[in-house]
Each structure stands twice: as C-alpha cells, then as structure tokens.
Design a protein around this ligand. Structure first.
Ligand code: NI
Length: 186
C-alpha cells in the first residue's frame, strides 16, 4: 500500500463534482487500499478520492472510537467504511454545529452546521449496496466526505465567516473546551 499525496484546497479538482464509479477494477481496489493507508497516515477520519487527485465518487471513513461510561475510548470500536456512489436519502431536520478540519486545508478549523442524523445508500468495495443510518459525529464525517464528491469544502458552509480559525488561534481562544472532538479532519 502507498501513502498518496493529498491535494490542497486551491486545486480545481476539489471544486468540481466527481464522476460515478462504474467499473470495479483491480486499479479501483488498489486506490481504495491506498486511500485507507493515506487517511490513517494523516490521522484523518475520512478521505475522499478527489483529495488524492481522482475525480471519483468514492470515500473512505474511519469513525471515532466509542466512549465508555467514564468517557474513555473503547478499544477496537472504530468502524471503517468504504462508500462508493453514496446518496443521502434522508436528513434529520435537527441541525448541530460542530468544529471541522480538512486534510486539504491543514492548520485550520471552522464551525459548520450539519444534520444530526442521515440515511445513506452506498456501494462498498465489492459493489454490494448498503443502507446506513448514521448520527452524531459519524453523520458529520459522512456529510463532510460526501460534500467533497460534490466539489464542496467545509469552508463553503461555515456558520459565519469569522467562525474560522488557525489551530493556534483556536487553542488560544480556548474554544477547544467547547469542541469535544475538534481534531476531526477529513
Ligand atoms: Ni475534507
């Protein structure tokens, strides 16, 4: 497996709709494995194919660990998803503000309002169809990654232009206390 270069926000590929995947080739399987490797190497929770220079409707997601009653992460509780040609079939009316980062915009964080819960229909790496019901931070990661497939960055969706900070400014403002999982990047 190979760690791929992640393209930065000024690259036009991140601002255009990606193409549906139509054939499950060995090259596609290699790309999926390399994207998982790349996401993990960057400590990300998600990575979309356009971020590694492929204009395809494909993303990998690895959820945050579940927490036990004391708030400690539960071992082996992260879940890995490979989503191909995903469609959001339902969105909750309830919206939640949260802090996001993006591997294509290193060093910055911003506040984005997302649907608390969504349902997603997507194919996996074998071409099998899945219906997923997601909420909370997992639903947020999916919305961030599916946005990438439509050429939308989180900076296009900030709750207000001023709700965008360098990581240093964010720490100085002690906003980190408010944002439980502010390291969220994808
Ligand atoms: Ni991103």
């Amino acid at each position: 497996m190979t760690v791929l270069d992640i393209v930065q926000a000024d690259n036009p590929i991140l601002h255009q709709a990606a193409q549906p995947v139509t054939t499950w080739t060995p090259e596609l399987q290699t790309l999926i494995q390399d994207m998982i490797e790349t996401m993990r190497a960057a400590n990300g929770v998600g990575l979309a194919a356009p971020q590694v220079g492929h204009s395809l409707r494909l993303a990998v997601i690895e959820t945050l660990p579940e927490r036990d009653a004391a708030g400690n992460p539960v071992e082996n509780s992260r879940r890995l998803y490979v989503i191909i040609n995903p469609e959001i079939s339902w969105k909750s009316r309830k919206m939640v503000d949260g802090i996001e980062g993006c591997l294509s915009i290193p060093g910055y964080l911003g506040e984005v309002s997302r649907h608390h819960a969504i349902r997603v229909q997507a194919l996996d790496q074998t071409g099998r169809s899945h219906r997923l019901a997601l909420n909370g931070w997992t639903a947020r990661i999916f919305q961030h990654e599916i946005d990438h497939l439509d050429g939308i960055l989180y900076t296009d969706r900030l709750t207000a232009p001023e709700n965008y900070w360098t990581e240093e400014a964010f720490e100085q403002l002690s906003l980190a206390d408010e944002a439980e999982e502010h390291g969220l990047v994808g």
